[in-house]
Structures are given as C-alpha cells and as structure tokens.
Design a protein around this ligand. Structure first.
Ligand code: SAM
Length: 246
C-alpha cells in the first residue's frame, strides 16, 4: 500500500519529503501538542506497548519513526534492553530527542540515527523487537517498510505498532470526529502556525486502515500470530506480529 495522503499536497515532492519537512517544522511544538491534544492519554497507550514488549526478549530494540524519542525513552526506562536504536527522517525531531535522552542519562542505551524505514541501515536478523508509535500512517510505501522491518527482525522477533484507529462506538465515534475536524486543527494551528500539519493528522488517520484491515497488511508481509488491541474506545490500537522461524 502506497498512501498518497500528503501534508502539503505539493505534486513535485514525495510524501516522504513532505512528511520530513512537516515534522522538522513542527518539532519545537510536537511534544507539547502531543500530550495536550491527547489529554495525556498517549502516555497510557505507550505504557501498554511497553508492557507487551516486557514479556518478550528485548536485548536489542529498534524504535522506528522515533521522533522526539518518547517511546524509546519509556522502553529504556522500563526494560533492561542492552541497546535501543532510534531512527527517524527528521533531524529536528531527533535533536529534541537527543536532549531528552541525555537529560535522562540514557545516552549509553538509546542511539539516534537519521534513516528512512523504507530502507533500513541494519543487517538481517538484528533486533528482538521493532516498535513504531504513530509512525506507520506517515510511510509513503507501507508494504516496503513492513518488509524492511521483517528483514531486520530476528526470527521469532516481535513487531509492535501503536497507531491511531477508527472508534466505532457511540458516543466516542461522534465526539472524536468533531474533535478531529474542528478542535484539533484549530489548536494545532494556533500553537504550531502550520495550518496543514494538523489537518493532515485527522485526514491521514481517516485514510489509514485500522483493526483487521491493518492486520491483513502484516500478514501479507509475512508476520504471524498477529493481534490487535484497541484502546480508549478504539481511538488508538496496538498491533503485534511475530517474524516466523524459517
Ligand atoms: C507522529 S511522529 C511520532 C513520533 C514518536 N514515535 C512518538 O510516538 O511520539 C511520526 C514520526 O515519523 C517519522 N517518519 C515518517 N515517515 C518515516 C519514514 N519513512 N522513516 C522514518 N521515520 C519516518 C516522522 O519524521 C516523525 O518524526
């Protein structure tokens, strides 16, 4: 699946370039808006992902689309990982992440690197766990990215994806739609001054497969024991899958 929903809709630029430019631009406001716009619930969703990770071998972890490093930091604090590689397209997001990691004294565990998920700079069978929090929706080529993740996971390794999804139950669905259409873009613009970034967010969520539909992508890229766990009425979902032994 190649998703063509792009932040700025510039025909001359690829989605990957537009996404990188957008996150570079909003990076100073990202953490604040992330927690503010989700009423802090994102912290609970991240904790749930870490809990699942804690039950699997986790010496080597790769956090893809790490942004400002919140998920990587939480993994490093709660698990006894030897090393967490944290990659992202946006240097500006990772600059903020590096500062946070240094402040937390985790710079001997978390290592940032600029890289595109569609072409990962790692050997085959390197990682016990790969995590992607709020990243997959932004990938230009989802199938290629999942196949790269599959390549770098060890056989038996675990993929954990946290992503926004589509609530279906009344009244969460209705409230969420109003919030996403009106309130989120307005506050996002007021703080970041990027009118497109916070309309791209709900548009990209709407266009992205969720639940069983997303699980089908994991299966077609060779992941087994796939599961999904909707949270907070389905506003966000954790997806998991295992790379099979040969
Ligand atoms: C919404 S942020 C999520 C950041 C962080 N994981 C979190 O949970 O807060 C999405 C991140 O995905 C990154 N990204 C998008 N496409 C990417 C790709 N193809 N490869 C690597 N990173 C990508 C963006 O640069 C951005 O920092």
């Amino acid at each position: 699946m190649t998703s063509q929903i792009k932040p700025y809709g510039d025909k001359k630029k690829s989605k990957t370039v537009e996404v990188r430019d957008m996150f570079d631009k909003i990076s100073p406001h990202y953490d604040f808006l992330n927690h503010f716009l989700s009423f802090g619930i994102d912290r609970y969703w991240r904790r749930r992902l870490v809990n699942i990770a804690s039950r699997a071998p986790h010496a080597r972890i790769l956090d893809i689309a790490t942004g400002t490093g919140d998920q990587a930091i939480r993994l490093a604090k709660k698990l006894s990982a030897e090393r967490i590689d944290a990659i992202d397209l946006s240097e500006k997001m990772m600059e903020i992440g590096r500062e946070k990691v240094e402040k937390e004294g985790l710079d001997d565990i978390i290592f940032f690197q600029k890289a595109d998920c569609q072409s990962l700079p790692f050997e085959f069978n390197t990682f016990d766990i790969v995590t992607v929090s709020f990243g997959v929706r932004n990938f230009e080529n989802l199938a290629q990215s999942l196949s790269e993740i599959h390549r770098v996971l060890k056989p038996g390794g675990l993929l954990l994806i946290l992503e926004f999804s589509h609530p279906t139950a009344f009244p969460i669905k209705q409230g969420y739609n109003i919030y996403n259409k009106c309130i989120l873009p307005a506050i996002g613009y007021l703080v970041s001054k990027d009118a497109k970034a916070y309309t791209y967010l709900p548009e990209s969520i709407k266009a992205f497969p969720s639940g069983k539909n997303f699980i089908n992508f994991l299966r077609s890229d060779g992941f087994l024991a796939t599961r999904f766990t909707p949270m907070t009425g389905g506003i966000a979902t954790i997806y998991s899958g295992i790379k099979p032994h040969e």
